[in-house]
Ligand binder design. Structure first.
Ligand code: ZN
Length: 342
């Protein structure tokens, strides 16, 4: 009995040991899984493959500017206006961008109905992260600040053609230096036909229309910048009031980037009061915070320079150094935004 009992005890111990080891072997594979369920810090995002920032070709931009001026004043309801719009679309498409022409009727403050068109050129339209760069493409119907021929239209080499020239060159650059970020180049019509003694709503009719009729419902870019009067000699870009209200961080990024690139003499970090321009209506109508890069070289009278709304706003005021400062800064801005540096 005792022998039998001790043998049985031994058997129980052996069985118990076997059971415990079986249970351990069964549980063990789950242990790492249990560990995995404990909160872990998220893995770092995969590194973005850096893309080199291309050089902005200012000679090419200059030719794009000259070409617009050669059409003649781009005043709505003129042949020059129509031909230039068609050329923009063709040019953007040549660089592989997807173009939306957005025609609309605009009522001029003097009563005329303008046949107008905004042009939206999309680089990689399928990508959700997008950078919006805009400029107005029309030129003023009258030289109201001039002493002569006040009722005649102006060339608008600086006030109109310069911003568009930079955008066209950026389109060409994107085509030859691919980058995995969406870029929308938007040309607003009928910015510059407003009443100097009237309401601010008489200006910027193209951006007003676009802001309430976005080319894509719910469109919201990652960042948005407007270029206006960026090509004249001795251009000076100050931190403008409305831009500072709606997108101060973008302003600071661009101005410090320009300074790093050696263009600090053009991008003056001083603040100046707000200006009625397309960015105001884009911010109000579409809730898109947009920064305005616009030259205001003078204090007080004639802030936009002695050529503003005069016949002297022709090719003679254009300086490649100013175009280069803005063009290289904005090209760098686009590529470094993709690279995650900005
Ligand atoms: Zn103007």
């Amino acid at each position: 009995m005792s022998k039998k009992t001790s043998r049985s005890r031994l058997a129980y111990i052996l069985i118990a040991a076997l059971l415990i080891s079986t249970i351990f072997v069964t549980i063990q594979p789950f242990l790492p899984a249990l560990e995995k369920n404990t909160p872990q810090p998220p893995p770092p995002p995969p590194p973005v493959e850096q893309v080199a920032v291309p050089t902005f070709n200012v000679d090419s931009a200059y030719l794009f500017l000259q070409k617009q001026v050669d059409f003649g004043p781009r005043v709505p309801n003129t042949a020059a206006h129509q031909k230039c719009a068609a050329w923009f679309s063709k040019e953007f498409k040549r660089h592989g961008l997807t173009v939306i022409e957005q025609p609309f009727k605009a009522i001029h403050y003097k009563g005329t109905t303008f046949n107008a068109v905004n042009i939206i050129a999309q680089y990689k339209p399928e990508l959700p992260k997008r950078i919006l760069l805009a400029a107005h493409w029309d030129s003023r119907f009258q030289a109201d600040k001039d002493e002569k021929n006040q009722s005649k239209p102006i060339d608008g080499a600086d006030d109109g053609a310069s911003g568009v020239a930079v955008l066209l060159e950026i389109a060409r650059t994107l085509a030859t230096n691919p980058v995995n970020v969406g870029v929308d180049l938007v040309l607003f019509d009928v910015e510059d036909q407003g009443d100097d003694n009237g309401a601010s709503e008489t200006w910027c009719l193209g951006s007003q229309y676009w802001a309430s009729n976005l080319h894509k419902p719910g469109y919201m870019p990652y960042t948005a910048v407007l270029l206006d009067m960026v090509g004249a000699k001795d251009a000076k870009f100050m931190k403008e009031g409305i831009s500072m209200q709606v997108a101060p961080e973008t302003v600071d990024k661009i101005w410090s980037l320009a300074s790093t690139l050696g263009y600090g003499s053009y991008f003056d970090p001083s603040l100046r009061s707000g200006i009625t321009d397309d960015h105001v209506f884009v911010a109000q109508g579409a809730r898109i915070p947009m920064v305005d890069i616009i030259s205001t070289p003078n204090e007080g009278e004639d802030p936009f320079g002695r050529h503003h709304h005069r016949h002297s706003d022709n090719m003679s005021v254009i300086d490649k150094n100013s175009l280069k400062a803005v063009g290289q800064t904005m090209t760098t801005y686009v590529y470094q935004t993709y690279n995650g540096v900005l």
